[in-house]
Design a protein around this ligand. Sequence first.
Ligand code: SAM
Ligand code: DTB
Ligand code: SF4
Length: 325
Amino acid sequence: MMIRNDWTRQEIADIYYSPILDLIYRAAGVHRQFNDAQEVQVCTLLSIKTGGCPEDCAYCSQSVKYQTGVDVHKLLPVAEVLDKAQEAKNNGSTRFCMGAAWREVRDNKDFDKVLEMVKGITNMGMEVCCTLGMLTETQAQKLKEAGLYAYNHNLDTGAEYYEQIITTRTYEDRLQTIDKVQKAGISVCSGGIIGLGETDEDRISMLYTLATLPHHPESVPVNALVAIEGTPLENQARVSVWEMIRMIATARITMPRAMVRLSAGRMEMSMPEQALCFMAGANSIFAGDKLLTTPNTEVNQDKAMFQLLNLKPREAFKDAELAIV
Ligand code: SAM
Ligand code: DTB
Ligand code: SF4
């Protein structure tokens, strides 16, 4: 099998709708053909600037439009962030991802501080990822020069459903940001969320957009909605693990080399359920007891899971030469 960027929507739908055990079996095969299936990347997230975001993403605890009770704070001091990164490294993470509740990056003192954080953490030998909203080509270049390895910018959902979830920016804005990141030679992390009230067709549509980009994202997070009280999606039903598996497996088959990340929603999943996700091709997780603003599985529990499932943490910068095209 070759890596393809010319998938048709129908081909992706056929994969997505195939009988679940066949789908897992096929995804497991593709995974073993392209990757070391024992290896799982361990990333830690930190919200470096929380809340007060002017965007209206219907799922988010950090938008000013909703009363969610999130603990709002301005940009954390550089030294505090470096400490957290060191702690994550000591706990076995090889990638550190910093999130800021910004609509877009601005050229100000805060951005200079983020560049310092990127430099500092890169020097510790970790892959650094940021998710800071939209940015310009020059800002992407500056991040790259500071050592930034990856940038996360999710499509979130399919193009057709997007307006139901976010009205303050467009799908095209999202795609353009991803393009700028890629052109700056930074590894792209882009995926989405399921459980927003979207249909299967919307999920297929998102995977179709990702899998037909000129370069597949190097990493594709699959999040299950963490329903946040106070947001328009507070009463959304939890997605079933089978839906997560379907997404993960379809992402794995259509984007064979990407790191497919079992992201938000792991708290509610048992170890056997997570094992099925790894079987279906997931090869990356977020570790640490917090995601950005919500709780995550405990580090010790994950260590026990790695042992039991014979998984080994992926080392940092393994694909450095592949990531830059
Ligand atoms: N503000 C920046 C942005 O939106 O690009 C960066 C931070 S934002 C919180 C990063 C991503 O986290 C979102 O694109 C979304 O996919 C995911 N996310 C946010 N809240 C979530 C929730 N409640 N459940 C699942 N995923 C969520
Ligand atoms: C991604 O796709 N998921 C992460 C990361 N990229 C930035 C964020 C998940 C956030 C879950 C809700 C919260 O903790 O606020
Ligand atoms: Fe702001 Fe990002 Fe949350 Fe949207 S997802 S409201 S852009 S922090």
